[in-house]
Design a protein around this ligand. Structure first.
Ligand code: MG
Length: 382
């Protein structure tokens, strides 16, 4: 079998099943794709990467820290005339850095794979290089999905068989601040978004919520970021939040306090969503029954492939699903957005919080996530 036949009969058919796709390639797309492969018979995948620093528009505070920049690493996988883009974002409290990501990526050799569409094979091997390094792994996963979609000539939502009209509204996040600043920030964004996310977990939670309520009646997504240490007090605060129009609470107590978080889940009038407590699929299985739902972020899940599996497992467990993000460019954010037709809530405002977004991708129309229809992720370097 020559190379062209191999790709025509094996790779493309195999790719649609590996990606969990219901996509059937029309004859014309098939012919075009094989011509594309025929045009690059000697192509090998090549991974490149560079550090980049995201500058935040405003200093951002959550229960555990404040920052004004976020380090990222931007990745590119070239394959003939195709280029897939990805990214790793490393908020410092998660333990990865530009150095650790670049060190990990220097161990990734994509040139040994003949077929860039064998995502399961390639990404499983990369996952096995070393434990941890979830953002570094995500940066390859995202670029490889982008590349695969571009080779197939389809946006990722089509590859996965999803309806792009079913994307939810994104929430917009208000960091912890003084009541005056919170009021000012909420006033600024209130007309553009249907849901606001309010960061809590210090000692002024009620004051902040009252400040928000003095200027907005939007439903609130609330997040304590592990900031509460007493379960009875936490439940009291959650009851107060419910009265004030909160629709969910993320990570009320430290992730290690499993029984206390589960105690709250049993009693809470609104869904209790795990964030810090669940990074990967194995955590989701361990935490079954402890939370009502999970907030998935590509930088925790090692990318799109595992996030997609986690959505399936979470649904089988009867759990709610949210997709969130770190501070990221529109590359990582748009990649995550392609999964949002499958979820209950999306918190994908990360690129709106930065001054120097390196990509153009998803847009928000009245707060609703609007996916680009170009092949792959559809994010374009600026
Ligand atoms: Mg959170």
């Amino acid at each position: 079998m020559n190379r062209r036949d191999f790709f025509t009969t094996t790779a493309l058919g195999g790719a649609s099943s590996l990606l969990g796709s219901s996509l059937v390639f029309p004859e014309t797309a098939h012919a075009n794709a094989s011509e594309m492969f025929a045009a690059v018979p000697a192509a090998r995948m090549k991974l490149s990467f560079k550090p980049y620093t995201l500058e935040l528009k405003h200093p951002f505070s959550v229960a555990v820290n404040t920052r004004t920049t976020t380090p990222v690493v931007l990745t590119t996988i070239e394959y003939g005339k195709f280029k897939g883009y990805g990214e790793a974002s490393m908020p410092p409290y998660l333990g990865e850095s530009q150095e650790s990501v670049m060190k990990f990526l220097s161990k990734v050799d994509l040139s040994k794979y003949d077929n860039p569409l064998e995502l399961d094979t390639i990404l499983s091997a990369i996952d096995a290089i070393e434990p941890g390094n979830t953002a570094a792994k995500a940066s390859v996963d995202i670029a490889l999905h982008d590349l695969a979609g571009k080779i197939m000539g389809q946006p990722l939502y089509n590859v996965w068989g999803l309806n792009k009209e079913k994307t939810p509204n994104t929430v917009f996040t208000i960091g912890i601040d003084t009541p005056d600043v919170v009021r000012k920030k909420v006033r600024e964004v209130d007309p553009q978004f249907k849901l606001l996310k309010i960061k809590l977990g210090r000692d002024n939670d009620r004051e902040i919520i009252e400040a928000v309520r003095s200027v907005s009646d939007k439903p609130l997504v609330t997040d304590a970021n592990q900031g509460w240490k007493d379960k009875e007090k936490a439940l009291d605060t959650i009851n107060f939040l419910k009265e004030k129009g909160a629709v969910l609470i993320e990570q009320p107590m430290p992730k290690e306090m499993i029984d206390e978080n589960a105690w709250i889940t049993e009693r809470s009038p609104i869904p209790v969503i795990a964030d810090e407590a669940i990074k990967r699929l194995s955590d989701l299985i361990k935490m079954k029954g402890m939370y009502h739902g999970v907030n998935l972020k590509l930088m925790k899940t090692t990318g799109l492939r595992e996030a997609h599996k986690m959505i399936t497992v979470a649904r089988a467990f009867g759990m709610k699903v949210m997709i969130g993000c770190m501070t990221e460019t529109s590359c990582g954010i748009t990649a995550a957005a392609h999964l949002t037709p499958l979820v209950d809530w999306a918190d994908l405002d990360g690129a709106l919080l930065i001054k120097n977004d390196a990509f153009k991708g998803l847009t928000f129309v009245d707060g609703k996530i609007t996916l680009p229809s170009a092949p792959g992720i559809g994010a374009v370097p600026r």
